[in-house]
Ligand binder design. Structure first.
Ligand code: HSE
Length: 307
């Protein structure tokens, strides 16, 4: 029986201006999984620790994603999956994506890589469809490719890995209230004005350009969302105060992480990221809500093997 243990990273999707198209990969937060090839064909979830999730393969995002991969294999293959969840469900830092991406990455590795990372994104999206009703790729793509990614197109799928400036550090606060991605998607109006669209695509271009040229000021100016944030931020306690505190401490930008309730702030350098963490902690302590704060460099590798 061939087996590996992997780290399946958390991710921050949208990055303010890039709803459903931009995302980046974290280094210090993620799940662990043990994936094994077995002689008995089919996919089994044999163990889940750290979360109350279904063991039924068809109801589990990792199971569904691996089944999507196996449909593209000629031989009958057996896979056992153990999941050690560290990313809380409904946190907005890609909990379901970590499981889907981690599982398909590991199976592909054990099969000696018949599929490209880009193809794995497609398989992992089957897990996202199960989790939120929508096969978005802005968490699974950075989890699989590492760094920052752009989904240029969904049909056909065209995912591009962007450049990661070395000094970027992410601070994420996770208020312990659950916001389901499906609920956070249902509050979004389906129409945008041309004025909003112009504002938003200017920022997407600015952010992509800022990443490639390592222009930190441009990255900061582009971390702005005039479409989704005004609709979703009402679901997140103290959002405006957290944002104000983060920017005051020197964060380049601050916004909703994925569908929330987590809030991310991107900074240049670890010192600023730590000051931002302290400032947003002070805002949240007053709410009486439980919360976690994560500080992480950008993980340019994505899913990786651990011991
Ligand atoms: N782009 C997705 C959304 C990400 O905002 O609904 C979910 O993590």
């Amino acid at each position: 029986m061939k087996s590996i243990k992997i780290f399946a990273p958390a991710t921050v999707a949208n990055l303010s201006c890039g709803f459903d198209v931009l995302g980046c990969c974290l280094d210090t937060v993620g799940d662990e999984m043990i994936i094994s090839l077995t002689s008995e064909p089919g996919v089994r979830i044999t163990k889940i620790e750290g979360a109350d999730l279904p063991l039924d393969t068809k109801k589990n995002v990792a199971g569904v994603a691996v089944e999507a991969l196996l449909k593209n294999c000629k031989n009958e293959i057996g896979v056992d999956i153990e999941i050690y969840k560290k990313i809380k469900a409904g946190s907005g830092i890609g909990s379901s994506a970590a499981s889907s991406a981690g599982a398909v990455w590991a199976v592909n590795h054990l099969l000696e890589s018949p599929f490209t990372s880009h193809k794995l994104v497609e398989f992992a999206m089957a897990g996202e469809k199960l989790a939120s009703g929508n096969a978005h790729a802005d968490n699974v793509a950075p989890a699989l490719l590492g760094g920052f990614t752009l989904v240029r197109s969904y049909a056909p799928l065209d995912v591009i890995k962007l450049h990661t400036p070395q000094d970027l550090v992410m601070t994420v606060i996770h208020p312990q209230i659950e916001v389901k991605t499906s609920d956070a998607r249902s509050v979004i109006k389906q129409n945008v004005t041309l004025k909003q669209a112009i504002h938003q695509w200017g920022n997407v271009g600015g952010l992509v350009s800022g990443l490639f040229t390592e222009d930190y000021d441009l990255i900061g100016r582009s971390l702005e969302d005039v479409i989704i944030e005004p609709m979703r931020s009402i679901l997140i306690p103290e959002f405006a105060n957290v944002k104000e505190a983060a920017i005051k401490q020197g964060a380049l930008g601050c916004g909703i992480s994925g569908s929330g309730p987590s809030i991310f702030a991107l900074s240049k350098g670890m010192d600023t990221a730590k000051k931002v963490a302290e400032a947003i902690r002070e805002v949240y302590i007053k709410t009486g809500l439980d919360f976690d704060i994560h500080i992480s460099k950008i993980n340019n590798q994505g899913v990786k093997i651990i011991n």
